[in-house]
Ligand binder design. Structure first.
Ligand SMILES: CC(C)(COP(=O)(O)OP(=O)(O)OC[C@H]1O[C@@H](n2cnc3c(N)ncnc32)[C@H](O)[C@@H]1OP(=O)(O)O)[C@@H](O)C(=O)NCCC(=O)NCCS
Length: 170
């Protein structure tokens, strides 16, 4: 599909930030994605490009508290490009990079209302960590990210799991 995935450049932030709220169906997400992911966490932040247009991104980092852990802060794909394996290709990149550097698990969170994200992360091999509340979709932790900001917490172990090869080349 002539998409390349590469590490983010600082300038990519300006192009992505304008699309984030649209890609998240109108949710106010842009304020939770600072430029620092595109400057200080470039080794863990990727963009997908087609014909010079950015059609997806993953913003992550390696934990400074536990270097065994890599955290995916945001993963998003242009609505017109969904269902073609881009989200999986981003996570494959992250899993390979994390395993190569000796990390043991990848973590992420999502809103309990984000059913697509829950289904996608489950498909990507993430387990849902127990929380004190449960919806019909998943167990979650209320106010995990502050008042009104409930979160489903995901963990994807890397030890003993087959680490797939990236399917999209850069
Ligand atoms: C979640 C998201 C990143 C998935 O990206 P994508 O490129 O469409 O995902 P892929 O095509 O790589 O799908 C990978 C697998 O997940 C499954 N999947 C993806 N979206 C799904 C959905 N909404 N419901 C059920 N399964 C889904 C696919 O069916 C596929 O599994 P399969 O190989 O068995 O068919 C994309 O829908 C998106 O950007 N959503 C809005 C932003 C968001 O909510 N991000 C996550 C929270 S940070």
């Amino acid at each position: 599909m002539s998409v390349t995935i590469h590490h983010a450049e600082s300038d990519d932030f300006d192009r992505i930030i304008a699309s984030v709220d649209v890609w998240w169906s109108g949710r106010q997400m842009a304020g939770m994605l600072p430029r620092l992911f595109f400057t200080h966490f470039r080794p863990w932040t990727y963009v997908a490009v087609h014909d010079e247009a950015i059609v997806g991104f993953l913003a992550g980092f390696r934990s400074q508290t536990d270097p065994n852990q890599v955290y995916c802060h945001f993963i998003g794909v242009d609505p017109g490009w969904r269902g073609r394996g881009l989200g999986e290709a981003f996570y494959q990149r992250l899993f390979v990079a994390a395993a190569t550097q000796g990390c043991h698990e990848v973590l992420a969170v999502t809103a309990p209302t984000n059913r697509s994200s829950i289904a996608f992360h489950t498909r990507m091999g993430f387990e849902i960590l127990p929380g004190p509340c449960a919806s019909s979709e998943a167990s979650f932790t209320p106010a995990y990210d502050g008042p009104g900001e409930d979160r489903v917490r995901f963990r994807r172990p890397l030890d003993g799991s087959p680490v797939p090869s990236p399917s999209i080349d850069d």
